[in-house]
Design a protein. Structure first.
Length: 501
């Protein structure tokens, strides 16, 4: 069961929301068109709230429910004295809610004009009502692709209704292009695809309105985290606490010329609050590690000697992978960790090169956290990076099925999955796309595990703190941001009572 210290919002697939709509209609309380009116009213209120009604509003209407929302919204704008213009290319005969919505708009004095590139390029405010959840094919038509490109070329402020057109509501993937919105207002249940993958680039600020579907929406195991009560997740420290009480962490890696990775991971473990951190690495890295971070212990390892086995057994939590390399040295150490895990209650984080080695010798275990990025996930599953990004939800479920434990699929809108709950953490920024960021995350999660957090709590808290630290570091600019820039913010955030996302 998810820790109540994590405040989350439920997420849904588009089919679940559609089914909830039909159930609502069957109760006799409303019609499908009433739901359209509620959605349009919410969009109207949002535009007013954001002060986007002083300039002419151009509404681009498609052939589905998204188009109906746009027409009714346009009629509300006209009624309020706002200049509203609908652009559309509709079939000769309209039916159902779309026909009804168009008539209301026309009766209000509205006119419909074809899509005009020059008008779109000069617009100040655009409402995207083209596709929404109605995306049905992997490739947009040439005409739609061009239209969306023109919208994105404009300097207009853009509101997308339900989902930015071109985005798959269930996966967040954009097969070709998508509308880059400043804001997205999603109706009924919040669509899970809005918070991960390519959608993170296109959705802008996400708003939500239930339109009366609260009782009809089903239970879900997919959530987006919005707040973390840190003080309720971390253990309370007694005044007479000893360093050994705060956990013992071993960070294993740093093959020849790759010492930086274990240095960052071990420091992140300390910053996370682990009482004792030891690095197991090549002997030549001793001086560099001790000079950079003298608080870290060091165990030299050229071969798997008894002292190395003893240090692995000493640890309550192990992080293996940062700079480990993919050769015999790294493989020997990973096998030693596997043996230790089989005969102990240790927790473990598998990252970086250890994931590559794990692929060569697949093994399922319940007491570890795997932290692959898209490329590593693709290798573990024998598929392409594009296939992973096409459905990150499916990919992480497959990884858990094969390898067990808790899986953290890093990227824009990191996913965390334990076989039961799926958590999306909408934190972080492009500044994290630099060497060492993943090493910091693995060390951070390892440090939290060492303090006694269970795997899911450690993974969620680690991802949130890591991403929020990156957001704070990026205040000075994303370009040139280093992984080590996160360290002071990690300490700051873990000492706050509440972290809001």
């Amino acid at each position: 069961m998810l820790n109540k210290a994590f405040i989350v919002t439920p997420l849904y697939k588009s089919r679940q929301v559609k089914d909830a709509e039909m159930q609502k209609v069957k109760t006799g309380d409303c019609s499908l068109f009433n739901l359209v009116e509620l959605a349009a009213s919410a969009a109207f209120e949002l535009l007013q709230q954001l002060e986007k009604t002083s300039d002419p509003v151009y509404l681009l209407a498609g052939n589905g429910n998204n188009g109906s929302d746009a027409y009714v919204l346009a009629s509300l704008l006209l009624k309020a004295g706002v200049t509203a213009n609908v652009m559309s290319k509709h079939k000769a005969v309209l039916h159902g809610e779309l026909q009804q919505a168009q008539k209301i708009y026309m009766d209000q004095g509205g006119t419909i004009q074809p899509f005009c590139e020059s008008t779109i390029l000069s617009a100040s405010v655009i409402v995207d009502g083209l596709l929404g959840t109605g995306l049905r094919q992997e490739k947009l038509t040439e005409e739609m692709d061009k239209l969306i490109s023109v919208i994105n070329e404009s300097k207009a402020w853009v509101l997308s209704l339900d989902v930015p057109s071109g985005i798959d509501a269930d996966t967040g993937f954009a097969y070709s292009t998508a509308v880059k919105a400043n804001a997205t207002l999603t109706f009924g249940g919040t669509k899970q695809g809005l918070y991960t993958g390519r959608s993170r680039h296109f959705s802008g600020k996400i708003y939500h309105v239930f339109v009366g579907l609260e009782k009809q929406l089903p239970k879900t195991n997919t959530w987006v985290i919005t707040q973390c009560n840190v003080s309720h997740v971390l253990p309370v420290r007694a005044k007479d606490v000893h360093k050994g009480d705060n956990g013992k962490l071993a960070v294993i890696g740093g093959d020849s010329s790759m010492m930086g990775a274990v240095m960052m991971a071990s420091e992140a473990g300390l910053r996370a609050g682990a009482g004792l951190v030891s690095v197991i690495s090549r002997p030549e890295h001793l001086l560099a590690v001790n000079v950079k971070r003298p608080e870290v212990m060091f165990c030299a390892c050229d071969t798997l000697e008894e002292k190395v086995r003893s240090r692995i057994d000493w640890a309550e939590t192990i992080v293996i992978g940062p700079g480990l390399g993919q050769g015999a040295w790294g493989e020997t150490l990973l096998n030693a960790v596997k043996m230790s895990l089989e005969s102990s209650h240790q927790a473990c984080v598998i990252d970086a090169d250890a994931l590559h080695l794990l692929k060569q010798q697949p093994w399922r275990h319940g007491q570890w956290v795997l932290t692959p990025h898209t490329g590593e996930a693709a290798r573990l599953l024998n598929i392409s990076r594009r296939e992973v990004e096409q459905n990150r939800f499916s990919a992480i479920k497959q990884l858990h099925q094969i390898y067990g434990g808790v899986v953290v699929l890093k990227g824009a809108g990191t996913l965390i999955y334990d076989g039961e709950d799926m958590i999306i953490a909408p934190v972080g920024n492009p500044g994290l796309a630099s060497g060492g960021s993943g090493d910091v995350l693995s060390g951070l999660i390892g440090g939290l595990l060492a303090q006694g957090l269970n795997m899911m709590n450690a993974a969620i808290l680690g991802v949130v703190i890591h991403g929020k630290a990156a957001d704070l570091a990026a205040i000075e600019g994303e370009i040139g941001m280093l992984a080590s820039d996160l360290m002071p913010f990690i300490r700051q955030l873990l000492n706050e009572e509440i972290v809001k996302i």
